[in-house]
Design a protein around this ligand. Structure first.
Ligand code: V47
Ligand code: SF4
Length: 373
């Protein structure tokens, strides 16, 4: 839909003003963001987000060739939305890999042109700072061309504290060992009251933000997520994105924002209903409109399924994550449609081409590997 047609279809003067502001490149306020969540139709936010996305990225949709390694699903924390972790005392239901076992998983990709390994999981005492420093060194020795995207402030807080390292010292040593960038996990929802209620005692919002800030100040990049669609309010979503937008103004280090839809299977919040696909799409769209300084919005297909991911690409998202190769269990255990998330490059390319968009294979830092015209 063109900008003029979008305005002609809308009768709410406040929404028209917000759209005109966006058209003029003006940032929307928190109040405007809330107004969009409360009053705007899916059609309105979708058309506006799609216009803004196409201005920024034209028809390009990014993906990468990646796989995950989850060193453990045992965890000292007890997030109530987590379907994946097992308490330390339930060791028989979980796994905790040794470094050699992780290297064997990496070796399975010898000769395969993957560009990224994403490493994250639970938090346990024996997977400490030295464990990760050694692991990254070993990965780099074996496969120097692969980008290590690993660890969130949740794991970092725990391992740095135990090793008596400051955040800056710890991050520098991990970077020296081969850590390339930080994934967006552990952000959940920044509102302190709600975080205390659902996030199982893990690191504070302030620590999450400070750690990314320190990492960005070292010239490195990271992603940011938001766990939505549980018991949070629209105000709390805006507050979350506001804190990210402010940090991004300071550092410019976030590459992608990834809304993560709460899935309710087998966790302590199973009584909370999941939100509809319409709400998912509205949320992608509003995040594209609100976060004017984060370049990429990622529709993580392993979480929402490939069909909703395809829709999201028409509602403001421009990245779909990667091949994954059935290597993550966080979402399948929480009830996601994709029980064995795995897509070949051809499948990803076809999924994107079916929308009339241009698939662009990227590396972790959004360097272009190949454009599929
Ligand atoms: O922080 C856990 C979420 C996150 C559930 O940076 C759940 O490219 C929904 O951050 N329902 C970890 N979400 C995963 C993550 C991520 C994933 C893909 C790409 C990137 C990236 C980052 O998973 C956790 C938490 O917010 N999560 N349980 C659940 N039941
Ligand atoms: Fe542990 Fe992460 Fe699960 Fe929380 S979400 S319990 S930190 S594995």
């Amino acid at each position: 839909m063109s900008f003029t047609r979008l305005l002609n279809h809308e009768h709410d003067s406040e929404l028209i003003r917000i759209a005109k502001d966006c058209d003029a490149g003006k940032r929307i306020s928190n109040r405007d963001g809330l107004y969009l969540y409360e009053k705007a139709s899916l059609g309105f936010v979708g058309a506006l987000a799609n216009l803004l996305n196409e201005r920024r990225h034209q028809k390009n949709v990014f993906f990468n060739r990646n796989f995950h390694i989850e060193p453990t699903n045992l965890c000292v924390y007890t997030c109530s939305f987590c379907s994946y972790s097992r308490l330390l005392k339930q060791q028989d239901e979980g796994w905790a890999l040794e470094i050699d076992q992780i290297i064997s998983k990496l070796q399975a990709y010898d000769g395969i042109p993957v560009t990224e390994v994403h490493i994250t999981g639970g938090v346990i005492p024996k997977q400490d700072f030295i464990f990760y420093e050694t692991l990254f060194n070993r990965i780099r020795q074996h496969r120097p061309d692969i980008h290590i995207k690993a660890l969130t402030p949740v794991e970092l807080f725990y391992i740095f504290k135990k090793a008596k390292l400051s955040t800056a010292e710890g991050l520098q040593r991990l970077a020296d060992a081969g850590l390339g960038s930080m994934p967006g996990g552990g952000a959940e929802i920044f509102d302190e009251t709600l975080r205390t209620e659902i996030a199982g005692g893990k690191c504070s919002s302030a620590y999450w933000l400070e750690t990314h800030e320190t990492w960005h100040q070292m010239g490195k990049h990271s992603n940011a997520t938001m766990l939505y669609g549980h018991i949070e309010t629209f105000e709390q979503r805006i507050d979350h994105m506001d804190r990210l937008r402010q940090l991004q103004d300071k550092t410019g280090g976030f590459q992608a924002f990834i809304p993560l839809k709460f899935r309710n299977k087998d966790n302590a919040m199973a009584h909370v209903a999941e939100v509809s696909v319409i709400e998912d799409l509205r949320n992608y769209a509003i995040s594209r409109i609100y976060l004017d300084n984060i370049p990429h919005i990622k529709a993580y297909w392993a979480m929402i399924g490939r069909k909703t991911a395809q829709l999201a690409l028409q509602f403001g998202a421009n990245d779909i994550d990667g091949t994954i190769d059935d290597t993550t269990k966080i979402y399948s255990m929480a009830g996601a449609e994709e029980q064995h998330p795995k897509m070949s490059t051809d499948e990803l390319v076809n999924l994107i081409k079916a929308l009339g968009r241009t698939p662009v294979e990227r590396d972790t830092l959004y360097g272009i590997v190949k454009t599929y015209t």
